[in-house]
Design a protein around this ligand. Sequence first.
Ligand code: KIV
Length: 269
Amino acid sequence: MPTVRDLQAMAGEKPITMLTAYDAVTASIVDDTGVDVILVGDSMGNAVLGHEDTLPVTLDEMASRVGAVARGADDALVVADMPFLSFGADESESVKNCGRMLKEEGANAVKLESGPHTVDLTERLTDLGIPTMAHLGLTPQSVNQTGYTRQATAREDAEEILDLACEHEDAGAFALVLEHIPANLAAKVTDAVDIPTIGIGAGGDCDGQVLVFTDVVGLSESSPPFAEQFGDVRGEVEDAVDEYIDAVESGEFPAESHSHTEDELDDLY
Ligand code: KIV
């Protein structure tokens, strides 16, 4: 079973790879391919649930997807991304919700979109044995305050991120996602903390990288500017479905081999 210590041992030795997955099939493919961390991201809101943003994702939806991913993955560390308002408002409710991901669904850790309000909670969760990944920079659950634009472009905001990174490390966070911040700030944060930093739109100096699965394989209709498409699964799916429609319409499918007959039914009427 992978642990956060294994992940921490990798930092600086080999770049950490993290990718999202939202179901057991995808998780098993991603896991077999050797990705180090699977994030059951609340990006499922836009990526697979058809929402405009991540805000509507519910705790039950996350729990169901985390369970599926944990069943599909053998080797990767499975991290549950806590949905909007499932943490932060009330400590004991937050602990219960985060704990459910490990206790009932098989996650190895949780991720919190972080800020000043998550420092104490990170400490509490860590004390209770719930490994917690922090997430700074662009935090999509705050889209109504920040939009999806680059974060920490001003010195004061950059200093706040650096401070928050250190505070979350001190509170016990085992790793830190840095999203859509200047590469030179991400490099500074990576130098300043001992825990692994995992970047997304944060340059090449982080200890690892994370992207959304549907962006990577070419399933998304649109992707953020910092994502890279490494395949054309949408095209492959379209070709397969086109062939299926043609085969049904032309009568080529089903062939005899796709069904069976029973002789004793021939004289049924
Ligand atoms: O929800 C998500 O997929 C994320 C990553 C993009 C870091 O938070």
